[in-house]
Ligand binder design. Sequence first.
Ligand code: 0O2
Length: 199
Amino acid sequence: QNIPNLKELQQEITRFLLQYRFALKEIETKVEILQAEFELIHEYNPIEHVTSRIKSPQSIINKMIKKGCTSSLTDIKENIRDIAGVRIICSFTEDIYKIGDMLKNQKDVEVVQIKDYIKNPKANGYRSLHLIVKIPIFMSDRMEHVYVEIQIRTIAMDFWASLEHKIYYKYNKEIPKHIQDSLRDAAQQAAELDKKMED
Ligand code: 0O2
């Protein structure tokens, strides 16, 4: 007798995730337009590449546990703000702020939170600019506001973050102290390289 309920639940979850897919498309299109127009006006492309992802169900559940969030979709939507994530890889550090400002200036983009891990790197050396934005998504019968996490970083920051992420999981989230120190050093060197290239 639970089958109709399960069907409803399945539809509810599918619709829930659909809004994040639409939100990613919206942001990707915005970035594409900025990139094309910037290139036309300045004859320079500040973006190396863009990737996006929807957070995996396991990763959503892990974050729910970490944040003590209930399993109601409304609570998940409000508390887990990186279900939709876009990563923009820029050529130079100053491009990061330019792209960030251009996105911030768009009327339908509400910037909810800015985490500047470039000016204030994490203790492990992680650097990136994170914008948590809220954008309207127009569905057939309603409008939803959806959170998207936009991470903006240079190639060097991305190189470091990708490998650190792998090392973190290789050591089961407990990286030995000497490797942590090496990673912090490597992040510093990557930041110096960014500075050198910019100069
Ligand atoms: P995944 O696999 O990318 O989804 P909050 O979201 O504010 O409640 P959180 O998660 O600490 O808390 O936010 P924060 O610091 O903005 O980090 C969000 C994302 O940034 C992470 O997502 C990573 O993608 C990236 N990130 C943050 N810190 C690090 C780091 O030290 N190393 C690397 N490699 N990436 C980092 P998830 O959910 O951890 O993972």
